[in-house]
Design a protein around this ligand. Structure first.
Ligand SMILES: [Ca+2]
Ligand SMILES: [Ca+2]
Length: 221
């Protein structure tokens, strides 16, 4: 008598599970369910082509469930690495280090705990790093309000460059950037061609409640 093959386990094909160890899972659409299970798990979410807003809800971390637009659901994910497109996105991280690249649009991003990287792109953005040593990447053509910049926590600024081999600290030192005091805080300005040509200084970020005198080249990476 031929052995009968056991029936396949009943699972939902739209659920992608990690292992009991540390996993990196990848989502490339605004649909599906991801479960990192045990371990320290990261979810890479690649939505850079989207022209609509990505709105996050829930919370990020072990035992927690979050979703993007209610259609991409993930749980037991300790760290998110999210790339979004031209919409006005609203994203947040968990207690560990997260990575955000929010492109064009007027984006709102909260890193929460951990050492987060917030690349805010262009548009009129609102960002908070939360606790931890966070890095804010600023772009010309954008204006980002950083609500909780803290040098003593280790927060740092970085400029988005097309030019390689120039560090942000060097660019600051050569006068391509300057810091202006305002009632709301320190405003970071860029002069795209430095002292040479026709561009003038343009504001790209506000560090709320920070004095310009406290923003030196040492805060740029
Ligand atoms: Ca965006
Ligand atoms: Ca975080």
């Amino acid at each position: 008598m031929a052995k009968r093959r056991p029936p396949p386990p009943v699972t939902s094909p739209s659920v992608i599970n990690g292992s009991s160890g540390n996993d990196i899972l990848t989502a490339e659409r605004l649909t599906g369910t991801f479960d990192g299970l045990a371990g320290f798990d990261r979810l890479d979410i690649r939505l850079g082509q989207l022209t609509t807003a990505v709105i996050m809800s829930g919370s990020v971390g072990d035992g927690a469930t979050a979703s993007l637009n209610g259609t991409l659901v993930f749980r037991n994910i300790e760290s998110v690495n999210i790339l979004t497109g031209t919409g006005n996105d609203r994203l947040f991280g968990g207690s560990a280090g997260d990575f955000f690249f929010t492109g064009l649009g007027d984006d709102t991003v909260s890193g929460n705990g951990g050492n987060d990287l917030l690349d805010l792109g262009q548009g009129n953005n609102l960002a908070s790093g939360g606790a931890g040593a966070d890095r804010f990447v600023l772009s010309s053509g954008g204006y980002s309000t950083i609500t909780d910049f803290s040098a003593s926590e280790g927060d740092r600024l970085q400029f988005f460059f097309d030019v390689v081999d120039v560090t942000s600290a060097d660019a600051f030192a050569t006068g391509m950037y300057r810091i202006v005091d305002t009632a709301a805080g320190a405003v970071v300005q860029i002069d795209q061609d430095g002292a040479i040509g026709g561009f003038s200084y343009q504001s790209i970020a506000l560090l709320s409640g920070v004095a310009a005198a406290d923003v030196g080249a040492d805060l740029f990476v």
